[in-house]
Design a protein around this ligand. Structure first.
Ligand SMILES: Cc1cc2nc3c(=O)[nH]c(=O)nc-3n(C[C@H](O)[C@H](O)[C@H](O)COP(=O)(O)OP(=O)(O)OC[C@H]3O[C@@H](n4cnc5c(N)ncnc54)[C@H](O)[C@@H]3O)c2cc1C
Length: 469
C-alpha cells in the first residue's frame, strides 16, 4: 500500500521520449499547454498540461516506490497553436505520477498518466518497460484531462537540460555493459578451468589413452578468454577515465575545466558505444567457451548476452553515436576536443616509448592515431555530410579501438613499472591482454578507416529495390 500523505522524495525519475520520435527527437508530438491563467505562479514552477504518448519507458509504472517522477520532453505550441518544427521547440517537464505540494508531500491526487501497455523484452526482465499515455483523461486532474507537468529550465531548453542528464547516463550505459561483460568473463573463466575435454596436439599426435585436459589449456579457448579480458578490462579503463573527467569537470582548477569538458564531450559517444559493442562480443565469446551448455539456461551467460544486447540500442543507438562523433564532436570548436585528445594520447605514447618492452605498442598507437586523424580530414575533405557520414559507424568503431589501445598502453606502462622485473601473474596478465589487443584488435582499424577515408559510397548508393530477395 502506498502512503497517501508522505514526502515524494526517493521516487524514481525516468526519462520519457515520444512514441513516434525514436532517434529523431525533433519529431516529438507531445504537447504542453499552460495550465490556467496562474500557470506561471505555481510554487513548483510554471505549470502545464501535457498530452501525448511515450513509448519504451523503463520503470514507467510499478509499485516499488511511493511515487514515480517522469522527466518528459514536449513542445509548447506557438501562438497559432502549431508545434514549432525541429529541436528548438522542445522543453523538459517534471510530471509526477502522484501529485505533490510545494513541501514535497503527496496530495493524494493521481496525475493523468496512464499505463497503456508493457513491452515484452528479450532481456532486462527485472524491470518493466511501458507505453504511457499522458493526458488522455483516464485520471482527470481537477475534473479535466491533461497530465500536470512543471517546466524544467526555460521553454525551448529541453534538449540542453536532458543532455545534461543523458551524457552521464551514457557513461552509465557503458559501465553497465562492462559489468555484464565482466560477469561473463568470470563465468567462462571458471568454466574453462573446470571443464575437461580434448587432448593436446603433440608432434606425435594426440594420445587417446591420456586423460582429457581442462579446456583452458587449448590455445583457442585462451584466445576467447584473452579477447574477453581485453574488452572488459579495456572498457573498464575507459569508463574509469571518463568518470574521472566527470569529477575533474566539477572539482578541477578553473583554467582546465573547459578542456576537461571538451574531452568528456568527445569521449562520451565512445564511453557509451565501445563497451556496448565489445563487451557484448565478450558475452558472445563467454557462451562459446561454454559450448552447448552456454546455449542453455543452466548457466548464466545466455542471460548476460540478452541483457547486454540492449546497450547498443538505448540512450542513442550505435548509429546515432557514430553520427554524433563524426558529424559533431570531432568538428566542434574547429576540432579542439580532437586536438586535446590527440595531445593526451601523444603524451602516453612518449611515456610508453621509454620502456624497451613497449616500444612497438607505443609506435602502434601513434600510427593508429595518425590514421584516425588522416581519415577524419579525408572524410570531410569534400564538405559533403552525406559522403562523410555514410561510414560513421566504422569511424566510431575505429575511434573506439584507438582510444582503448591508448588506455591499454597506459595500463601496460603501469604494469611494467609495477612489475620492475618481477614475475607477477596479475601484472603478466595485464601485459598479455594488452598484447592481445595490439596484435588482434588494433589492426582492424585499417579496414574501418579505409572506407571512411575513401568516403566509400557502397552503403550510401545502395537502393531499396536492390535488396530484393
Ligand atoms: C528495453 C528498452 C528500454 C528503454 N528505456 C527507455 C526509457 O526509459 N526512456 C526513453 O526515453 N527511452 C527508452 N528506450 C528507448 C530507446 O532509447 C530507443 O529505442 C532508442 O533511442 C532507439 O529509438 P527507436 O527504438 O525508435 O529506433 P529508431 O529510431 O527507429 O532506429 C531504428 C534503427 O534506425 C537507425 N536510425 C534511426 N535514425 C537514423 C539516422 N538519422 N541515421 C542513421 N541511422 C538511423 C538506428 O540507429 C537504428 O539502428 C528504451 C528502449 C528499450 C528497448
Amino acid at each position: 500500500m502506498r502512503s497517501r500523505k508522505s514526502t515524494a522524495s526517493g521516487s524514481a525519475p525516468c526519462a520519457c521520449r515520444s512514441r513516434r520520435a525514436g532517434s529523431s527527437l525533433s519529431d516529438i508530438l507531445t504537447r504542453a499547454t499552460p495550465d490556467g491563467d496562474d500557470f506561471a505562479q505555481d510554487e513548483l514552477g510554471p505549470r502545464y498540461r501535457l498530452t501525448g504518448n511515450k513509448m519504451w519507458i523503463s520503470n514507467g509504472e510499478h509499485d516499488l516506490s511511493e511515487n514515480i517522477v517522469h522527466l518528459v520532453l514536449a513542445k509548447i505550441p506557438a501562438a497559432d497553436g502549431k508545434l514549432v518544427p525541429g529541436a528548438k521547440g522542445i522543453s523538459l517537464f517534471i510530471v509526477p505520477r502522484l501529485l505533490a505540494n510545494a513541501a514535497g508531500e503527496l496530495t493524494g491526487e493521481r496525475n493523468d498518466v496512464a499505463l497503456a501497455g508493457l513491452n515484452h523484452k528479450m532481456g532486462w526482465r527485472g524491470l518493466p518497460n511501458t507505453l504511457l499515455n499522458f493526458g488522455e483523461g483516464t485520471f482527470p486532474v481537477g475534473g479535466r484531462p491533461g497530465a500536470v507537468g512543471y517546466l524544467v529550465g526555460r521553454p525551448g531548453d529541453g534538449l540542453k537540460c536532458m543532455f545534461h542528464m543523458m551524457n552521464e547516463a551514457r557513461i552509465g550505459v557503458g559501465l553497465g555493459a562492462v559489468g555484464i561483460g565482466y560477469a561473463g568473463y568470470e563465468a567462462s573463466l571458471d568454466y574453462a578451468r573446470n571443464r575437461k575435454q580434448g587432448r593436446p596436439s603433440t608432434p606425435a599426435g594426440k594420445d587417446p589413452a591420456s586423460p582429457p585436459v581442462r579446456i583452458i589449456e587449448h590455445a583457442d579457448v585462451k584466445r576467447m578468454l584473452l579477447a574477453q579480458k581485453s574488452y572488459v578490462e579495456g572498457g573498464l579503463a575507459l569508463e574509469l577515465y571518463c568518470g574521472r573527467l566527470v569529477d575533474e569537470a566539477r572539482t578541477g582548477p578553473t583554467g582546465s575545466v573547459a578542456a576537461i569538458k571538451a574531452l568528456l564531450e568527445i569521449l562520451t559517444p565512445i564511453a557509451k558505444s565501445w563497451p556496448s559493442e565489445w563487451c557484448l562480443e565478450a558475452n558472445n565469446l563467454a557462451i562459446q567457451v561454454h559450448g552447448g551448455y552456454g546455449y542453455t539456461r543452466d548457466f548464466p551467460v545466455e542471460q548476460y548476452w540478452r541483457d547486454n544486447r540492449l546497450n547498443m540500442i538505448h540512450e542513442g543507438t550505435h548509429g546515432i553515436q557514430g553520427l554524433d562523433l563524426l558529424g559533431r564532436k570531432v568538428l566542434m570548436d574547429d576540432g579542439r576536443a580532437l586536438g586535446l585528445l590527440a595531445h593526451r594520447i601523444g603524451q602516453t605514447v612518449q611515456q610508453a616509448g621509454e620502456h624497451a618492452e613497449l616500444k612497438s605498442e607505443s609506435a602502434a598507437v601513434a600510427r593508429g592515431l595518425q590514421t584516425l586523424l588522416d581519415a577524419t580530414r579525408a572524410a570531410w575533405s569534400t564538405h559533403q555530410p552525406d559522403e562523410a557520414l555514410a561510414n560513421a559507424t566504422p569511424y566510431l568503431q575505429a575511434f573506439g579501438h584507438v582510444v582503448v589501445a591508448w588506455l591499454w598502453l597506459d595500463v601496460a606502462c603501469a604494469a611494467v613499472v609495477a612489475a620492475a622485473g618481477r614475475d607477477d601473474g596479475f601484472l603478466r596478465g595485464k601485459l598479455q591482454a594488452a598484447r592481445y589487443f595490439f596484435d588482434f584488435e588494433l589492426p582492424r582499424i585499417d579496414a574501418w578507416l579505409a572506407v571512411v577515408a575513401a568516403r566509400n559510397p557502397t552503403c550510401r548508393e545502395m537502393q531499396d529495390a536492390w535488396f530484393e530477395t
